[in-house]
Design a protein around this ligand. Structure first.
Ligand code: SF4
Length: 390
């Protein structure tokens, strides 16, 4: 029998009393080697929100270009214009990909890309409306905060983030995926991703999105040159931003936190070892415990592996992401692009871990599915009630 780390006892008392953890508590959790107690506490917190439900979705990732004006050190995705492997897809091609995804049963497309130096603002609004026309039922989750700031610049409205988001929303944008947050710290920013937006701007984009009714997610990229204090600070800034959205009754909110392990392969920080499986489990669990106002914690199986994601369901995770199909951002072990897991495999992983798999749409509404055809479970239920009352 392993004894509980005594430093975790006051934290456990707070978790069971449903009290907020302090930054010092976050630091203690990240330093502790008592992974079992941390997992138990995170599991307690996740069951308060979701019981034994675990969410997944049927989605497809799309990247419109990997050409980027920046050169972040941790990034293995970007290419310069004439470099081997550089690409930019025309709008028709992306609309066709979305149509195929919808025909195969996807409920969502997840779209991000590099900061292309020459594409105009129209390209982005045309892309959204072409996808909406090609596949009207698909939810379009697109663009990290740094892309939104880039779009504001190319639309010549650098200070009108809300106006730019409104234009994108009118063209079909449904929500923001939450990438590009990295770690909210100026030293890490200047060393590893100088040129990218700082934390204040990342948060400003998401707060503007929430004001106009767009929901969003938030990421944290850990396991590179950041300190444990930096990670805790990141959690606290996200938690405060969500507090503000709730206090001000914004129609949009953060839905999900997605801790992303740094993958060194092919990046300029390739010499770093990257996080271990225990780091991954601890970060997922501590995200759940620190971000007490975020309903969902997601394990992104592409980066954490399906096996570890399955185990993480006992460490505070309630979302195991989706079928993905194509993913080009990180290339674990040097392989890339086609990365897909079937629904049967996802559901089996969830059931084996002792949880109940529930298909969701992007906004966490339950989905009622017959093969590639689907509708929202609430609509199906309302129709069934109407049928019974006729
Ligand atoms: S992380 Fe994003 S902004 Fe930085 S180089 Fe890669 S694609 Fe460009």
């Amino acid at each position: 029998m392993i004894a509980m780390d005594p430093q975790l006892e006051p934290i456990a008392e707070k978790v069971y009393a449903n009290q907020r953890l302090s930054p010092a508590d976050g630091h203690t959790l990240l330093l502790s080697r008592d992974i079992w107690t941390i997992g138990e506490l995170a599991d307690h917190a996740r069951r308060r929100w979701h019981g034994d439900t675990v969410y997944y979705n049927i989605n497809r990732h799309m990247n419109y270009t990997n050409i980027c004006a920046l050169s972040c050190k941790f990034c293995s995705f970007y290419r310069k214009k004439d470099q081997d492997g550089a690409y930019e897809y025309p709008v028709d091609h992306l609309a066709q990909q979305a149509r195929e995804a919808a025909e195969a049963g996807a409920t969502e497309v997840h779209i991000v890309g590099g900061l292309h130096p020459w594409l105009g603002f129209d390209y982005y609004t045309d892309m959204l409306s072409a996808i909406r026309d090609a596949a009207p039922a698909l939810h379009i989750k697109a663009f990290t905060a740094v892309e939104i700031v880039h779009l504001a610049r190319i639309s010549k409205r650098p200070r009108d983030i809300e106006g730019v988001l409104r234009d994108l929303q009118a063209a079909g944008l449904g929500s923001l995926p939450g990438g590009g947050a990295e770690v909210f710290d100026d030293r890490v920013h200047d060393e590893a991703f100088k040129g990218k937006i700082r934390s204040e701007q990342w948060l400003e984009v998401h707060e503007a999105a929430h004001r106009i009714g767009l929901r969003s997610n938030a990421t944290i990229l850990y396991g590179h040159i950041e300190s444990l204090e930096d990670r805790v600070h990141h959690f606290c800034l996200l938690r405060e931003a969500q507090d503000r959205a709730i206090r001000d009754n914004h129609p949009g909110r953060f839905q999900t936190v997605i801790p992303l392990p740094f993958v060194p392969d092919r990046s300029e920080l390739e010499h770093l070892p990257g996080p271990t499986g225990l780091d991954d489990l601890k970060m997922l669990a501590v995200s759940r415990l620190m971000l007490d106002n975020f309903p969902h914690v997601k394990a992104f199986w592409i980066m954490q592996t399906l096996e570890l994601s399955q185990l993480s369901l006992h460490f505070g995770v309630d979302d195991i992401d989706g079928t993905v199909v194509w993913y080009d951002i990180t290339k674990v072990g040097g392989c890339g692009t086609h990365q897909e897991v079937g629904v049967t495999e996802l559901r089996r992983a969830v059931r084996q871990a002792g949880f109940e798999p529930v298909e969701r749409d992007t906004l966490y509404r339950h989905v009622d599915r017959q093969g590639a055809t689907w509708r929202l479970a609430a609509e199906a239920h309302a129709e069934a009630v109407m049928g019974a009352s006729r």
